[in-house]
Design a protein around this ligand. Structure first.
Ligand code: 5GP
Ligand code: ZN
Length: 113
């Protein structure tokens, strides 16, 4: 997707603070962090929302495995963290390229929505 900002970040056309990368995933610090640790984990290929994940693809697992690695890199694997995936307009998804928010580094608020 030519116009997608997260595709541009994956390609390096828009700079980002990279945290982790493997064959299928890319992780970088959120530009407007909502917690001391706030990392976005995205598939390298353009997938719009969680509803567009194919059943016969391991991408969901790959994203979760990347999240585990990010948690260790950011040293929140023991203290804990939250993974959030916004989907569509009610879910508050602003960027239409699937991403996991990994939030941690403080005691997060109890409310979920
Ligand atoms: P959403 O609301 O779509 O789930 O979250 C999109 C996230 O992307 C927001 O937390 C926002 O701060 C982040 N974001 C938007 N544009 C950029 C950017 O150019 N660079 C980085 N690092 N994060 C971005
Ligand atoms: Zn994209």
């Amino acid at each position: 997707m030519d116009e997608c900002i997260f595709c541009k970040i994956v390609k390096g056309d828009i700079p980002s603070a990279k945290v982790y990368e493997d064959e299928r995933t890319f992780a970088f610090d959120d530009i407007q962090p909502m917690a001391p640790v706030h990392v976005l984990i995205v598939p390298k290929g353009h997938v719009e929302t969680v509803m567009d994940l194919a059943e016969d693809d391991d991408l969901a697992k790959d994203l979760l495995t990347a999240a585990q690695k990010v948690a260790r890199i950011k040293k929140v694997d023991r203290s804990g963290f939250r993974l959030v995936v916004n989907c569509g307009s009610d879910g508050g998804q602003i960027v239409s390229h699937l991403h996991l928010h990994l939030l941690g580094g403080k005691k997060l608020a109890d409310e979920m929505g």
